[in-house]
Design a protein around this ligand. Sequence first.
Ligand SMILES: C[S@@+](CC[C@H](N)C(=O)[O-])C[C@H]1O[C@@H](n2cnc3c(N)ncnc32)[C@H](O)[C@@H]1O
Length: 342
Amino acid sequence: MHLSASVTLWLKPKNTRYAQDHNRQNGYSVHMDQQSRTSDEIGHIPVLADPIMELFDAKPGMIYLDCTAGRGGHASLVAQKLGKTGRVIALDADPANADFTRQRLSSYPCQSDVLHRNFAQVTTALDELGVDKVDMLLADLGFASNQMDDPTRGMTFQADGPLDMRLNPDIPTTAADLVNRMAERELADVLFQLGEERLSRRIARKIVQVREKEPIKNTLALAELVSSCYPPNQRGKRARIHPATRTFMALRIAVNEELMALERLLDTLPQIIKPGGVAAIISFHSLEDRRVKQRFLQFDQNDCAKRLTRKPIVADDAQIRQNPRSRSAKLRAVQFGSDMPA
Ligand SMILES: C[S@@+](CC[C@H](N)C(=O)[O-])C[C@H]1O[C@@H](n2cnc3c(N)ncnc32)[C@H](O)[C@@H]1O
């Protein structure tokens, strides 16, 4: 298995803080696409775009699979490099983001297929398109800024909205369903295991007390309830994070079965990446990153793939200032070898 000169750069001993100035470096245009939309209209700034482009080293004729199309930011950057002969396949669980990316990619000369699909079903999606394996795969996990910023999606506690949190509006269970129907103990386990919320039992008890009088349907009602479980000195302006952050994260992960989807994708990688192809995953919390890290290590130990990032690549201060969401982003990548299973 050969590592290209550019990717060996990433075999660095420490967390690599990556300087990113999209508009000037490497000629990639992130903030303005070919139809001159601003980042405000697009609603999401792609994180760690420069290291991803270097890891992929995209060339005409290659096939790129974007498992999390979002607003098409990373997909557009790769599409620019693929010429007429390349192909972009993009999936998103959210039909609105899939539509947005489809429209955005239509201005590039490469073939593009954007499907409203959960990446847990990536093999079926590739089968449908008659594609066996791809050269590059990206999963930029979680939600896009446009989803978080829209109070009607119920992911934010900064504004009131229905307690929904579904990325895919076709799935039956919302966050309100979980909050109002789960047994107290089960709820506490979700908050502890998926949100690492240390006050999980206290919060679950309070939820059950409140919902006995009236169902909890809105984001602000839940956020206030969770805040009231914290001691006063941990819920004021001096608190490092809002007390409801972990509860909201846990519920979003549970509603969308995010960890199960990630596990399925990780299981599938060796079957869908070409020899020499690169898979990159950006995670935003430790539950995801731990899974990616362990699986990439196993691939490496089994001589199935080589880790291109021994420590995760993270954003530098300039990017964090420009895009605060990049603060928790961790990028890991592997390059598959020729001795992997067919
Ligand atoms: C961080 S955003 C991706 C942003 C994208 N890289 C860009 O530059 O515009 C994550 C996207 O992945 C989607 N998503 C999350 N989990 C998914 C899953 N299991 N299957 C498919 N899409 C998923 C979300 O709906 C969201 O649009």
